[in-house]
Design a protein around this ligand. Structure first.
Ligand code: NAD
Length: 492
């Protein structure tokens, strides 16, 4: 029997072998999933060479935008056709429930369809020169070679948010997915090739940040880095990109406020407060991990929420009774547990969760129960730092002004919500919150037409929507003198 070498290094239209491989395991039970190529710095440089060559050669960037959009629409159709394959791969790598991976796939298809659908709708603009002898046009140009670096929580979704606009704009790319969840990025290379993407336009390197990510953020042949991940990594990427003045877009984390006023629809607000923080076991950048609840309803609201949080069933991707899955790794689970212990040491009141489960059915996986920390104060570490796990901190406020002040009181600004029956207050608070996304009487919905991104230390730049495409475009001014004549600025 012949065995296929581990895949993960793809450039110039071909898979390449690497000296080393990494075993991916399913976080739900530690079982082996697949061996994936463990690329080196040299492998990453080869992928950059291919992307640079393809960009400079120009086939893709000179393909009319509508043609590039048609390819994205074909990719969407192929992803839809292969949903079962992709969803299974995503669930095995992340441990998330199969049903959630299927939702993610629908969103991924939607992202490719959105960018495919807007192809050719914005060709720039003509500027009034105030002269009859000159035409001035603003046109879009691709930035060049893009390094796309992504995290493990929504592996292919984060990839799609970058790959679709990067391709539509006419760029070439080198993708580096998280070393923990590379499976669907490997599959995507096959899909892009099947859709007809020219060789060298889309390239992949699997491996770690310090080994291959650093090459992508420092190589002078890379023009743009788009990164989604943690704050500290984002800072180091910004610094690494500075000497070669790359364009840098950062989508980082946050500890996002979910603000509930006393007049809110109680049943909906409790229910959605659970979804806000415990969806995907809290491994969501926009998780509503900070509950701010008006003091007159706080006790009853939190009692109800805790009672429901204790009922949430944990389990693996194929356990149909499960409502949420494991954390991504033992190391991440231990980090979340240490965060909870530190919060309790600071004075937070543990209302539920907070213990690594002892249930033998969960023993092989990296599970952590929904955890509620009551009685938190703005200055506490748990309120100021992201746990990226299923942990809710609870603070109270007296009035609208205090709610806004507390909600804005972290260095982050990714997303959050306000719950109230008062439409005027809803709009005032939404306007005052320093967040990239504000939901009113809802939590988590997003659409590919609407920009996504953070204020403050949640990052810079935007993904999705026209703004997400703008990240991958240079703006160029073309001036055309249609009646050239000497100007005689200098008389000699
Ligand atoms: P991470 O920062 O550890 O890793 C993200 C990616 O960066 C991985 O591919 C990793 O290999 C790579 N990397 C690590 N060090 C690098 C370096 N020095 N140079 C180049 N690349 C490097 O993040 P993670 O743990 O994978 O993801 C979780 C974080 O992502 C959370 O903080 C979460 O809030 C954030 N996130 C943000 C968004 C958003 O839209 N704002 C979305 C999803 C996740």
């Amino acid at each position: 029997m012949t065995s296929t070498p581990p895949r993960g290094l793809y450039y110039a239209g071909d898979w390449h072998e690497t000296a080393a491989a990494r075993q991916i395991v399913c976080p739900a039970d530690g079982s082996p999933v697949a061996a994936v190529a463990e690329c080196t710095a040299e492998d990453a440089a080869s992928a950059v060479t291919a992307a640079r060559h393809a960009f400079d050669e120009g086939t893709w960037s000179t393909t009319p935008e509508r043609g590039r959009g048609e390819l994205l629409l074909r990719v969407a159709d192929l992803l839809e056709r292969d949903t079962a394959l992709y969803a299974k791969a995503e669930s095995l790598d992340t441990g998330k429930r199969l049903v959630e991976s299927r939702y993610d796939l629908a969103d991924i298809v939607g992202c490719f369809r959105y960018y495919g659908g807007i192809a050719g709708t914005d060709a720039g603009r003509v500027v009034d020169t105030g002269r009859t002898d000159a035409i001035s046009r603003i046109v879009h140009a691709p930035v060049g070679v893009c390094a796309l670096i992504t995290p493990w929580n929504y592996p292919l979704l984060q990839v799609a948010w970058k790959v679709a606009p990067a391709l539509l704009a006419g760029n070439t790319f080198v993708l580096k997915p998280s070393e923990l969840t590379p499976g669907t990025a490997v599959l995507l290379m096959d899909t892009l090739a099947e859709a007809g993407l020219p060789a060298g336009v889309g390239n992949l390197v699997t491996g770690t940040g310090p080994e291959v990510g650093v090459v992508l953020t420092t190589d002078p042949r890379v023009d743009l880095v788009s990164f989604t991940g943690g704050l500290e990594t984002g800072k180091s990427i910004m610094a690494a990109a500075a000497p070669t003045v790359k364009r840098v877009a950062l989508e980082l984390g946050g500890i996002n406020p979910n603000v509930v006023f006393a007049d809110a629809d109680r049943e909906a607000a409790v229910d959605m407060a659970l979804t806000a923080v415990f969806l995907h076991s809290g491994q969501v950048c926009s998780a509503g991990a900070r509950l701010l609840v008006q003091d007159s309803i706080a006790e009853a609201f939190v009692d109800e929420l805790v009672a429901r949080a204790q009922q949430i069933r944990m389990g693996g991707p194929f356990d149909e009774a499960a409502e949420t899955g494991p954390l991504i790794s033992a190391a991440h689970r231990d980090k979340v547990h240490a965060y909870v212990e530190a919060a309790v040491a600071e004075g937070a009141v543990l209302r539920c969760g907070g213990e690594i489960p002892t249930d033998p059915a969960l023993a092989e996986g990296y599970f952590y129960p929904p955890t509620v920390l009551d009685g938190c104060q703005a200055a506490m570490g748990c309120v100021q730092q992201e746990s990226f796990g299923p942990v809710l901190t609870v603070e109270t406020f007296a009035d609208e002004a205090e709610a806004v002040r507390l909600a804005n009181g972290t260095p982050f600004g990714l997303a959050g919500a306000v719950w109230t029956a008062d439409a005027g207050r809803a709009q005032r608070v939404a306007g005052a919150l320093r967040l990239g996304t504000v939901w009113i009487n809802d939590y988590h919905p997003y659409v590919p037409q609407a920009e996504w991104g953070g204020f403050g230390q949640s990052g810079n730049g935007r993904e999705l929507g026209p703004g997400g495409l703008a990240e991958y475009r240079e703006t160029k001014h073309i001036w055309h003198n249609i009646a050239p004549a000497p100007q005689r600025w200098f008389s000699s």
